[in-house]
Ligand binder design. Structure first.
Ligand SMILES: [Zn+2]
Length: 454
């Protein structure tokens, strides 16, 4: 699986900035030059094929015959039988002409579909010798891949030949034997071509980004075709990572149910119901959220009574910061919960994680109200999906109907005693009379694929 990351870079030797800027400009020009070269060669070869001597001569002959027949038809005047024969002959000639045209088209097609990939590279080497050869190769491959995909639409007029904008990222490949990332004290240095070194500036997601680079250093991940982007005096590495993490040996018979929400942010259970666990605490989640929300409300009220001026602008900015803070908090929390859910699943070697499809949450009013109003539930679900996929675990969504009202042991309808507890009403069930944790009960039902009949 290939992941892409955008990392900001800081040039270590400032003197190399001029070279980089120049290169950036050349790359942009080369891109357009290569695509136009390819297009020209297409049109040119097309033209050659259409003026192919053999086809040309045959076409002239037939056209002459057609004219002859037309004259004969005129001469025949009232001789209907003769006219009919001549018209048949004429039709035959038209058909031959059609076949010839098709032949010409086929020839043209043969011309522009046979390997002229190197043409772009050769041309570029002459016009842009300053661009390092590895970059030239990458530009040509990049342009050619897009061009062959688009040529059909270009020829039929559905689209124009692609133009590359100034600042198009510089593609490159680094020698595999060379050290690409080097740890230096606390920093990680990225060694590019032409001995240009950059320091990687890790932003907000510092630890995870850094650990990914460390995995490249240790050989666990591989760097694949990446690009360098120079934009508004900033430099970015558009890094493509090839994850080669060992795929877990998963057991198809084990599924994990995830119940999101009421007492705990998430409760997970295996389909056997033996292993189960709560993840996080809803109090943690809501407490800070509430604090932020209250502050936000006070501020909003304040803004309403402040008319214009600097004070108002300041308060609006503070409000925006609070919104951002709230948003980040939930996001971080979702990262934590999704990671734990997937960890639990991989510990259990589960091949599948099952979640409730709450897109039509009206079916589950209780859950819908509490969870959806206070929590970006869909973000959490998509994080779980994404993280599970990385480990080769499949994610399924089921109808949430009755998962919280059905006994996970006997399958009969029970009673949600309180927000916390579930009670089975079936006298024959070993769960009868026992208070069971409601979230666990639901998670187990979900792990079994949901409740089908009630
Ligand atoms: Zn029961």
């Amino acid at each position: 699986m290939i992941l892409t990351r955008k990392l900001q870079l800081k040039l270590i030797d400032e003197k190399k900035w001029i070279y980089l800027k120049e290169l950036n400009n050349y790359v942009f020009m080369a891109y357009n030059d290569v695509v136009n070269t390819h297009y020209f060669s297409t049109l040119f070869k097309d033209r050659i094929a259409l003026t192919d001597e053999e086809i040309k001569n045959k076409t002239i002959k037939i056209n002459k015959k057609i004219t002859d027949v037309r004259d004969k038809i005129k001469e025949a005047k009232d001789d209907k039988k003769k006219i009919e024969t001549l018209k048949k002959e004429q039709q035959k000639l038209y058909n031959t002409l059609k076949i010839l045209n098709r032949e010409a088209r086929d020839k043209a097609e043969e011309f522009y579909t046979t390997g002229d990939k190197n043409f772009g590279y050769q041309m570029m080497s002459k016009r842009f010798p300053n661009i390092p050869s590895t970059i030239r190769t990458c530009i040509n491959t990049d342009v050619y891949a897009n061009y062959t995909k688009e040529i059909k639409d270009i020829r039929s007029g559905k689209r124009a030949v692609r133009t590359y904008r100034k600042g198009v990222p510089i593609p490159f490949q680094l020698e595999k034997s060379k050290e690409i990332f080097v740890k230096k004290n606390d920093k990680i240095i990225f060694r590019w071509i032409k001995d240009i070194d950059f320091e990687i500036i890790f932003g907000r997601d510092k630890s995870s980004r850094k650990s990914e680079i460390e995995k490249i250093i240790s050989g666990k991940y591989k760097m694949s075709d990446s690009k360098l982007q120079i934009k508004n005096k900033k430099i970015f590495l558009l890094l493509a990572l090839n994850q080669q993490e060992d795929k877990l040996q998963l057991d198809k018979n084990v599924t994990i149910g995830v119940d999101l929400g009421i007492k705990y942010p998430a409760y997970v259970s295996t389909n056997s119901g033996i292993q189960h666990q709560r993840i996080g605490s809803i109090e943690d989640l809501f407490k800070l959220r509430m604090q932020i929300q209250n502050r936000r409300r006070r501020l909003q009220k304040d803004i309403k009574s402040t008319h214009g001026g600097k004070g108002r602008t300041k308060k609006l900015k503070a409000l925006e910061r609070l919104r951002q803070k709230e948003r980040n908090y939930v996001r971080t929390y979702n990262h934590f919960v999704s990671k734990e859910v997937v960890n639990f699943a991989s510990q259990q070697k589960a091949a599948t994680i099952i979640m409730e499809d709450l897109s039509g949450f009206g079916k589950n009013k209780e859950k819908g109200d509490i969870v959806l109003r206070n929590w970006s539930y869909f973000e959490l679900q998509s994080m779980i999906e994404y993280k599970a996929k990385l480990k080769g675990i499949e994610v399924k969504k089921i109808d949430p109907k009755y998962t919280s009202q059905t006994c996970s042991v006997c399958g009969e309808k029970g009673k949600r005693e309180s927000q916390k507890d579930f009670l089975c009403l079936n006298k024959k069930c070993k769960n009868f009379g026992n208070k069971v944790l409601a979230d666990y009960n639901a998670a187990w039902n979900i792990a079994k694929g949901g409740v089908k009949v009630l």
